[in-house]
Design a protein around this ligand. Structure first.
Ligand code: UD1
Length: 353
């Protein structure tokens, strides 16, 4: 069986790591990197830290408007798929790289498997929502992380193509959490365990409207403990463009961290403030309270279990929400037990034609 994994952006490298490791000898696993993320600390550092084999193909597509970026990937991936004739094209998550690979494969009649299928925000302003819905409907095998995702797929008439495999980000998180348990904190500001927060902001809805971005930064700046803001390139670019100082009040600005450093920093923090999907779930799995800067979330289990609170307006009150009391302990495991990658590989091998 030959599987071609297509990745391009930071969260996809994290999901690829446990899959690459779980591939048995009889599966030939090839990796194509679209080049959507290209900075060292957004891309190569993840391959190195997570022991991911170097991609066989790198399209070097880089940044651009959605259509131009996705279109460039589509053309490049068509060549790669024709050259490699895989049994499966495996696509990850919800980025433009995911959609491009799914379209390229389905047009060539090559089976597509979508890892992290069935997530929905029901917010049609989000590029990720377009990417997930379109990818799910193009794909032949839908690998769902949760029962909620399975239910969404069933509602859309896709139950027959769906398999519940669990969440592969849980696999890699548990592994890395154990590896960094004794590692020192690696942050640009001196902080002690449990006495600081980690923040990330990168969604266009939060970064591209200067009034909203300023309100968010002001709100975070009022938190009573140091906040380390891990600045995604888009956040920096938009803040520069609009003359917004990111280091307001309690905030110290940092470069994005590598994955092990991020897991370590999140695990020892008092809480996480984010608009990232992955980090909401990572916070929950590390049992760190999360405050999410969005009107809704795909990872509804984190909210239902009390570990995640959504704040979408009223950023004046953000500090109060961030500094709320810790929720009740829970043993719930809606994201599986850390063995999802094995289930994914088994599903691919069993269903290869
Ligand atoms: C993409 C995904 C998003 C995911 C995120 C993780 C889409 C539509 N969105 O958003 O789902 O959560 O990745 O980070 O695919 N840039 C650099 N260096 C890089 C990469 C990007 O400077 O290595 C800059 C570019 O100027 C670009 C901006 O960051 O304009 C945004 O990058 P882009 O690939 O468009 O999407 P993300 O916002 O990262």
């Amino acid at each position: 069986v030959r599987v071609l994994s297509v990745v391009g952006a930071r969260p996809q490298f994290v999901k690829l790591a446990p899959i690459a490791r779980a591939m048995p000898g009889e599966v030939e696993h090839l990796i194509a990197h679209t080049g959507q993320h290209y900075d060292h600390n957004m891309s190569d550092a993840f391959f190195a830290d997570l022991g991911i084999p170097a991609p066989e193909f790198n399209l070097g597509v880089g940044s651009g408007k959605h259509g131009a970026q996705t279109g460039a990937m589509l053309g490049g991936l068509e060549e790669v798929i024709e050259e490699t004739t895989p049994d499966w094209v495996l696509v990850y998550g919800d980025t433009n790289s995911t959609l491009a690979a799914a379209i390229a494969a389905v047009k060539l009649h090559v089976p597509v498997a979508h890892l992290e299928a069935g997530l929905r925000s029901f917010n049609r302003r989000m590029p990720e929502e377009h990417n997930r819905v379109l990818t799910d409907h193009a794909a032949d095998l839908l690998l769902a992380p949760t029962q909620v995702a399975m239910d969404h797929l069933a509602t859309e008439g896709l139950a027959e193509r769906s398999v519940l495999v669990g969440d592969v980000m849980t696999d890699v998180l548990f592994e890395v959490r154990d590896e960094v348990a004794d590692a020192p904190l690696d942050l640009p500001v001196a902080v002690s365990d449990g006495e600081y927060y980690i923040a990330t902001i990168h969604r266009p809805d939060n970064t591209d409207d200067p009034r909203r971005l300023r309100a968010i930064i002001d709100g975070i700046g009022k938190v009573g403990k140091p906040v380390v803001l891990l600045a995604h390139p888009r956040l920096r670019a938009q803040a520069d463009k609009h003359g917004i100082a990111l280091d307001a009040g309690s905030i110290t600005v940092s470069e994005p961290l590598g994955y092990p450093q991020l897991v370590n920093a999140a695990a020892r923090s008092a809480g996480v403030i984010t608009d990232s999907g992955g980090l909401q779930k990572e916070a929950f799995l590390l049992r760190v309270p999360c405050t999410t800067l969005r009107p809704e979330t795909e990872w509804v289990e984190t909210v239902d279990l009390g570990w995640n609170v959504l704040v979408d307006k009223d950023f004046d009150r953000l500090a109060e929400v961030v500094e709320r009391a810790r929720p009740a302990a829970t043993a719930a495991a809606p994201y599986g037990d850390g063995n999802a990658a094995t289930a994914v590989v088994e599903a691919l091998v069993a269903r290869a034609k």
